[in-house]
Each structure stands twice: as structure tokens, then as C-alpha cells.
Design a binder for this molecule. Sequence first.
Ligand code: ADP
Length: 458
Amino acid sequence: MTTPAHTEKPLFKKILIANRGEIALRILRACREMGIKTVAVHSTADSDSMHVRLADESVCIGSAPSKNSYLNMAALISAAEVTGAEAIHPGVGFLSENEKFAAMVEEHKMTFIGPTPHHIAIMGDKISAKNTMIALGVPVVPGSAGSVSTDEEALSAAKAIGYPILIKATSGGGGKGMKVAHNDDELLANVRLAKIEAKANFGNDEVYMERYLGAPRHIEVQIICDTHGNVVHLGERDCSIQRRHQKVWEEAPSPGLTQKDRERLGDIVTQAMQKMGYRGVGTLEFLFEKGEFFFMEMNTRIQVEHPITEMVTGVDLVREQIRVAAGHKLSFTQEDINIKGHAIECRINAEDAVTFIPSPGKVTGYHAPGGIGIRVDSHLYHGYTVPPHYDSLVSKLIVFGDTREECLTRVERALFEYAIDGISTTIPLHQRLAKEKDIQSGDYTIHWLEKKLKENEA
Ligand code: ADP
């Protein structure tokens, strides 16, 4: 369905990958198959990284702390200029949703592989994102009309929304800084606290309020748009298995949706993106409760969990993302997309599987699982040292099966084979999850894992 590798002219001759770890490798792999040269950038802590080893060229852009390297816009732009890269792929995290960086790349006559700075800015602010979606006819989680600053504003919004209420940072991300309130006193105390935390974490103290849903699933839709007006959605992912609002285990398709729900959601999303004139890949995140979808936020980049969508659609999302960034038409239409089989991703972090304390250090032994239906996206290798400075995600185990049952059997089998020695990882947590009755039956909500972990502590 996608254009076979090497059958079309290289779109860009050279791309700089402004990221690290498994996602840098993922992008590098797509580039190599497309005949595009790659420039890896790295901090001094990442000189021995696999993405540096496999790239055609590499540039050290600063010291270990992200702000000196992977977030250093000037260093990234000069690395691209010096190496003659025509485009920059931002990956996930770091500068991938930074409209200033996207604009800077374009000012320097290079292509930013992502949406316009304008769309990044609209979606980067959660209030403007929600208001935009309301205007586009997308249902959103009921909440305050804008940010709340005074006690009076908070109390009057609470009356309209009803308890329990979730307080969120306008510029928030990564599940950080959210607080639940069950009554007026808690609300006022938590709004104050949330503002202080938001200022410290995101440099902006704006917060807003939403109805806190008691038993929803997290359902997100993958979309891709070219610059010729074509919008295609690639079905949903269920990311309800979360700890501290961070995704742990993802599935496509969701065991909790009917075909009718799926089609309804696909239509809502495609129409909204068409009206918006969006370009590139994106994900619209929803909560789904009692048959209703509520928009939460949109991520204007490729997502960590994109491979499960690739497994069930057969589309190489990163390749398509690069093609549309170069101005090519999408190589498929909505009619070409058939969801087939089932895929699950286990996010494997360098953390203790019980305490979740980070566990950086040297990998003294490494054996990745293989066999039918198994894909491992990881930058780990025997002898590699996981640095303490970055996100603890070290591997994504992605498993495909013709049915959900077959997929789950393979997840267990692959986890049994996976050996990572020298550091602690969350593999034992996934081994436990795969055996859980509720996971096997697909009967879970966004609160399931936290509840389970508490029960196990008790
Ligand atoms: P972030 O950008 O920090 O990841 P999101 O808005 O995407 O924040 O929310 C992250 C997670 O928090 C969601 O996947 C969901 O589990 C939970 N969450 C967000 N909004 C609500 C809500 N209104 N009610 C209940 N849970 C919510």
C-alpha cells in the first residue's frame, strides 16, 4: 500500500534528527530505507548511542543536560547548516511541539518535519486547543471556559461543572501537575498549588478545570494529512493502562469500542482536520465513557505508541510523515486503510518494576525477543550505559497477532524471552499485566492500573 522503498526519487537528500534514543533510531531507519542521508545529534552523555553509530554523520551539540543539547535550538540549527541538512525531524518530546523551533527551522530555509508553527501553537495551549475543537464541532470534556485565576472564578466554574473536578495546567504535558478536587475547599487549595507547580514545571502558571471522569478509557486517533487537502485517519489506540497519567501499555484497536463507535470517531476527527487544514501526522486524544467521546488534547507530532498503528494498518507512518513534509501526496486514501489483527505495545522503562525508581547504568547482558509478530524498537545493546539524564524509556516491545488472544499469548512469550541485565526494567510489571484477568478480557479504564498497584501495596 505504501510506496515501496527506493522506487521514488529521494525527497530530501539529508535529514537531521533532533532527538535521541529509540525514536532517533526509528526515524533513522525510515530515512535509510528511503535513501535519505541522516545526521545524528548527541549530547556528551550520548556519544556511544546506537543512533550515533548508525547515522551517516553525527554532531555533538552540547553537554548532558537537555537544555544544553537536545533543547539547544541554536546548536541544532548550526549542526543542520554545517552538515547541509535540508530538513529537521524533531521526533517526540524535546522540541517536537515547540512552535518557536519550527519557525526557526523554516526561517533558515529548511523543512520542519511537522505541522505549521501556527497549528503547533494552537494545540500547545490546552485551552485554545479545546476552544478550536469546539468551533470545529468536536465534543470536549466539560470544563471552565478558559483559565481560572481567582477564587471566585474557580468557584463559579465548579458550580457549572460539578464535582469531582480535575485541575490541569494550560501548558502541561506528560501527565504532570494534575489535581483532583471533591469540594470547594479542596478546589481552592489545589488551584493555588497547581498554579505554583505549573509555573515551576512549564514556566506558565495558567490552570483550567475539567469534569473528572470516573471510568473512562483513553482513546486516541492517529491522523495524517498532506498539503493537497487529503486527510486520512488510521484508527484508534487504547492507552488506558497508565501510571501517574503516563502510558504504560497500549493496544490497537481498542477492546472497548464497537465498529460503530470507531467510525463515528473517525468521521469527527477527519472532518475537523480537513476544516483546520492541518499538515503532517497528529493524534487527537479523547476520553471515552458510556458511549461518549470527549476531546482532551492533540499531539502535533509522531507518538511513542505509533508502531501499534503501523502493525494493524501496514502503513510506515514515519516514511509517510517525511513524504508529506516534502510536499508529496499521501500514498493511500481512507478506503485503502483496513485495520487487520491486533497489536500491543509494552513500554519498557529503566526503572524498578515495583518502586518505579529510575535505574540507569550499564547493560551487562542483552537479548531481545524475536519470532513471528514481534518488533522491538530499542537503542539498547550489550555494554551500553543508560545515562541518568533523560526519559527512562529504553525499549518498546510491539507485538502483533491475527486476534487479540494470539497477540496476548505472544506478548507473554516475548516478555519471557526478553533479557536485559545490569539495570532494572519494568519487564516484570508487563509480565504481571499480561496475566491479569481484566487485561485479558479488555475490561479496564484509565484508573485500573493505579488501583491495581495500590491493592498490591496493601
Ligand atoms: P498530558 O498532556 O499531561 O498527558 P492529558 O490531558 O493528555 O495530559 O491527560 C493525561 C491523562 O490524564 C489522560 O490520559 C487521562 O488518563 C487523565 N485525564 C485527563 N483528563 C481527565 C479528566 N477530565 N478526567 C479523568 N481523567 C483525565
